[in-house]
Design a protein. Structure first.
Length: 201
């Protein structure tokens, strides 16, 4: 039986003719700020990562939107997580520097493709993913959903033998990006940076 998130169904009350919104009815979705967007774009350019594959989602929207407007990048939007992982894998085999930008939900849905590229074929696929469900997540989706991401996200990556790192401090973002990309190429396997904390929220 599905439990309805009753705290999100409250009807705003009117006081003095004006709508008074309760905290639960306010939009709490937060997105990546422009400084973090700038650091990521600068680092991608530094490593000549000019092919960016994206699956649209709210937390990283400022990043993917800025990338689409930058003529340095070729931005490809996919409709499925497995498509994005496979596209990046093919580009990588062809010698193209690329990155897949998605969310933790996308990694879970694309786990079959991740297993193929990692365990079976050993293809380097560099992935940046928003870490919904981390304790710093202040997004407006249901607590049950966030807890599910928290409980299964990292264990799934570990079970698939996919190296990953969590990035939550702004001052460490650039170094983590450089290290992760180098390791992805060196290990010849998909590698994930989970973005959270001050970097994302």
């Amino acid at each position: 039986m599905i439990r309805a998130p009753f705290d999100r169904l409250r009807v705003p009350s009117k006081v003095g003719g004006k709508v008074q919104r309760t905290p639960s009815s306010e939009k709490r979705e937060k997105k990546m700020d422009k400084d973090m967007v700038g650091v990521i774009i600068e680092t991608l350019k530094e490593k000549n990562i000019d092919l960016v594959v994206t699956l649209p989602e709210d937390p990283t929207y400022p990043l993917t939107e800025q990338i689409r407007q930058d003529p340095f990048f070729t931005a490809v939007t996919v409709t499925g997580e497995g498509h994005g992982i496979s596209l990046c894998a093919g580009a990588s085999l062809g010698g193209r520097n690329c990155v897949f930008i998605t969310g933790i939900a996308g990694l879970l849905v694309g786990s079959w493709a991740l297993a193929q590229m990692g365990v079976l074929y050993g293809i380097p696929v560099f992935i940046l993913a928003s870490y919904r469900g981390d304790v710093s997540d202040r997004s407006g989706i249901s607590g049950d959903q966030l807890n599910m991401f928290n409980q299964v996200g990292e264990p799934v990556l570990s079970a698939l033998k996919i190296p990953y790192r969590i990035v939550e401090e702004k001052e460490k973002l650039k170094r983590k990006l450089l290290d992760a990309h180098a390791a992805c190429q060196g290990y010849s396997t998909p590698l994930v940076l989970l973005l959270t904390g001050d970097v994302l929220w």
